[in-house]
Design a protein around this ligand. Structure first.
Ligand code: 3PG
Length: 210
């Protein structure tokens, strides 16, 4: 299964930033308890690579990826940690090319038609739409999508997705899936509120898979 089909089947990719790698396995267990077997772990904190490595080793059933991959060094750290995919907020041609050389599925961020075309030029069929809410939400993405629909490209929307707007995002034909931090916010990770995270996952799944 390619990355587009794989992520589209999941509909929602939880996104987390760890303060400590020790949060990784309990978080993975909370997501699994809530029905999710994928997670994007950002490189926004120093614990990102170690968190990915812990999940890849201890919970190999998880489809774990790296987020906020801004350069080749982070990409290589993500691969070494066992990431199965990587995501970035923007479109860096050097990082896109490096991911392709390594054979790692990579989802760069775009927010304009010209950036969508850079993605198409690079042979990508899944692009991240970021920051999805502030850029103009479903209305804006639908307008961008109209001239590219026939290419088969689809989007992973992140940035402002929540339980409140999840149904609207998932109903948009441009969307393969959505991502977001609302399922596992930093405060819950810090306080070890794993049941609250699992419950939020269940609530999201009731919307995504009615
Ligand atoms: C991202 O990196 O995709 C976003 O920061 C996630 O946005 P959210 O925190 O609004 O879900």
């Amino acid at each position: 299964m390619n990355i587009l089909d794989g992520i589209a089947a999941k509909k929602i990719v939880p996104l987390v930033s760890f303060d400590s790698p020790e949060q990784a396995v309990p978080l993975a267990d909370a997501l699994l308890a809530g029905g999710f077997d994928s997670v994007e772990v950002t490189f926004r904190t120093a614990a990102g690579a170690a968190g990915i490595a812990a999940i890849a080793k201890e919970r190999p059933q998880m489809f774990v990826g790296a987020g906020t991959v801004l350069n080749e060094a982070s990409l290589e750290a993500a691969i070494a940690a066992g990431a199965k995919f990587a995501v970035a907020p923007g479109f860096n041609p050097k990082v896109v090319a490096a991911a392709q050389r390594h054979g790692l599925p990579f989802v760069p961020g775009v927010a304009t038609p010209s950036e969508v075309e850079r993605g198409l030029d690079a042979g990508l069929t899944l692009l991240k739409f970021f920051p999805a809410g502030p850029m103009g939400g479903v209305k804006f993405l639908s307008a961008i999508y109209a001239p590219y629909r026939h290419t088969g490209v689809k989007f992973l929307a992140t940035g402002g997705v929540s339980e409140a707007n999840l149904a609207e995002w998932l109903a948009c034909p441009a969307i393969a899936a959505v991502g977001g931090s609302w399922l596992a916010p930093k405060d819950d990770l810090a306080a070890g509120r794993w049941d609250a995270i699992a419950e939020r996952c269940r609530a999201a799944r009731r919307i995504a898979f009615p």
